[in-house]
Design a protein around this ligand. Sequence first.
Ligand code: HEM
Length: 130
Amino acid sequence: MKFIFSSVITLVRVAVAMSASTVQAVPAPRSLEAGMKLMQARLKTISKQATDTAKNGESARLADEFAQITEATKALIPGEVDRLPASEREIRKDLYESMMDDSANLGLKLAEAFRINDNTKGRRSLKTSS
Ligand code: HEM
């Protein structure tokens, strides 16, 4: 129940972030691995420029994209989950989804920090992700 609730909250927050941002061309991941790569690419750029306040607008946009891609990748359940005994499948799927929710929330937190030019908060959040 708690899991369903937090998923719904994340979904609503990502939807609000999407509608609040301007032109978006976020690629839809075709596979789990592709989604993870798209996520990683954005985090890498954000990390590289996390102290550059002139790039905060771009960092915030990339963080929103990261959250959106993470939310889309959450739907791509790892194949290994399907290969588990039926009794374990649901719990592992829930775990995967809740960890992906945590990652999407990280993206939203980063976007907010860079949008209000709080680079210290942004860098602190990045540290907790690595
Ligand atoms: C900050 C967030 C994350 C980043 C940047 C990230 C990045 C990556 C990258 C780069 C790969 C390798 C993709 C490839 O080249 O094939 C990968 C694979 C994977 N990640 Fe993530 N990941 C993140 C969060 C998560 C979370 C929260 C989970 C699950 C709870 C997860 C589960 C997986 C799985 C299952 C694979 C596939 C491993 C395999 O079978 O090859 N990742 N991730």
